[in-house]
Design a binder for this molecule. Sequence first.
Ligand code: SLL
Length: 162
Amino acid sequence: QKRVKGTQIFRPFVYGTTSKPFNDTTNPKPEGTPEDHTHSWTVFVKGVDDTDITYWLRKVQFKLHESIPNPLRTIENIKPGDAFEVHETGWGEFEITIKLYYIPESLEKPQTLYHHLRLHPYGATEAEKEAMKQQPEILAWVYEEQLFNEPYENFYEILTSP
Ligand code: SLL
């Protein structure tokens, strides 16, 4: 297997969390949810505008807080265009470890990202925070570009075939 010298391929994607406090109207607490849980939330990795990323990303492992049952969640075999995602409920913010596994043809090692689950309005300024308080959901999304530096020829073909 040979690498394509002097070549870098970038593929955009989005990762992060979306959360919502429970209420009686738009987000009622599901039956059986523990008493102390205040929010529903999602952590995800997906393509920008839901474009497909499964042709280069095979599997995503989310490591949640140890207070959550089965904290290690593995998502694979999703439909092209779907998100790698986990839905949960809880009461507290914490750091989520996100491990990206590429398709086997890539011969790339997995890569790890860290993301802070946000349940409460945040921002660098009071104005930002106030603006977020007006929203029904708390989004903490990061737009990222995956860089493949000198990919193997096989993988290069996959990445660049339409
Ligand atoms: C804190 N460092 O103290 C954080 C920890 C843990 C959040 C937050 C439990 C959910 C479950 C949950 O929300 N843990 O019991 O399934 O704020």
